[in-house]
Design a protein around this ligand. Sequence first.
Ligand code: N01
Length: 539
Amino acid sequence: MATSNSSEGLDVIIVGAGVGGLYAIHKYRQLGLKVRAFEKGDDVGGTWYWNRYPGCRCDVESLEYSFSFSPELDQEWKWPERYGNQGEILKYVQHVADRFDLRKDIQFNTTITSATFDEKTSRWTVTTDKGETITAPYCLMATGNLSTPRKPDIKGIDSFKGKTYHTGLWPHQGVDFTGLRVGVIGTGSSGVQSIPIIAKQARQLTVFQRTANFSLPAQNSPMDPVKEAKHKAEYPERRAGAVNTPFAIAGYPPPTKSALEVSEAERNATYEKKWQEGGSISFLYAYTDLLTNKAANDTASEFVRNKIRSIVKDQETAEALCPIDHPIGTKRLILDTNYYETYNQPHVKLVNIRNNAIAEITEWGIKTADGKSYELDVIVFATGFDAMTGAMKEIDIKGSGGVSIRDKWKDGPQTYLGVMVAGFPNMFMVTGPQSPGVKSQMIFSCQQHVDFVGDMIKYARGRQMRRIEASRMAEINWVQHNNEVANSTLYPLANSWYMGANIPGKPRIFMPYVGGVQNYVAKCNEVVQKGYEGFEMSA
Ligand code: N01
């Protein structure tokens, strides 16, 4: 039977206690709003709570991938490595929750199953999987972009007698692969990061690769104390400067030349330097046109393919690992530690399933279309997520007139600034589709959205406006702009999760805003200066 969880005086329902939801609790309290967050997991952390697969590590440097709202926290927190691993980042997020006393406003182990807008009261009512109902004027979806893991629909998948795991839902106690025959399906970031670690334990590791991806060495290392001290001294300028950069990360001088303006020798020397430095931003920022000009991109793509050929000893395996179907950077560029080297180990085998698909999962392993069978004890699905729209669509969200978000987005997401959806008043998103979220330092973008929404609520309440809604025209124009920006780049050339291409039947729409954080934030500022242009407010 449904019970009513006290909504007394509640202003904002927050769905999710990852980095976006946590910051919203902190920020909205400061604005004098009463908030409550609901979190599916039994602790904070979102992506860093669920993705515990071996080797899981952020691809943004730890000194950057952190909250910027507390200068004291910036100075006091010590990151042990250049790139934070899952455990370190989770520890940091837990520390933030404790330090700012955020847990008291979070209800854990609770999934929001529906959210319904009431036209008469201008309030949202959400229901939980425990049968509770909660109402509040505003609802903030901090549900994450990569939070809905998906296993592929492969014949016989449930018949496998061994163990199966999804990288995005990894057991808290870890998995011991010692002595086992392991199959990994998927070679995106999760597969590429976990494969070298699994190979250290497994008796035999078989990687089933449908699409080869570009990966660069992270060049991870213990934190350099000199670099750390310098970075911490520069934090105020770096944090402030992030807003004027495409990815919300300061410290990378913008490129000035086309890759085609310089000699091959100079280009390769530049790529080599970036390869040795490690990091994807630095590499893709080598020249002005790597993401907009195919011929320019080809030079960087070929440089990485040649690296793969030089690392992987078996030339057939090396060629299979060379990405040929998309320009470098148009799928999320991966950072790895010893990924390509792993294939030089005799117990590691790559099975190219590009033209020889997995036909079936049987009781004892995997069968490919050519009739070959691979006996396995464990299958790891590194097969990704229903990205960007999956988490919102899992909730039965009904806006004005009972319109469902699933219907509204059936041909692809439509949003205004990735913050609101027309027809869904008083419901906001943190880094929703058509925002730069996944193409930026995520924590920056989460904070920027939470701030933008908080300021807008404050503005509306100050004018006795109870209802805020994105105008349909503003939404149409923003979606069109998003598409135009994407189409001026090479991104749409890849079958990526940015395009919804990894989920059979999902509409193919390029979802993130790739015009750069600096342009996006400038647009948000202009909207504010014009009295929240494109948002309709009413009593
Ligand atoms: O997922 P993915 P992910 N049969 O979608 C394959 C972030 N992240 O979890 O490319 C066979 O990238 C699929 O093949 P294909 C980061 O933004 C960040 O690895 O569709 N294979 C692909 O190889 C990242 O981009 C970090 O042909 C199938 C793989 O599974 C995002 O999360 C770490 C298949 C899925 O790759 C998602 O990464 C980890 C099938 N039926 C993740 N279905 C860092 O910060 C799917 N595949 C470093």
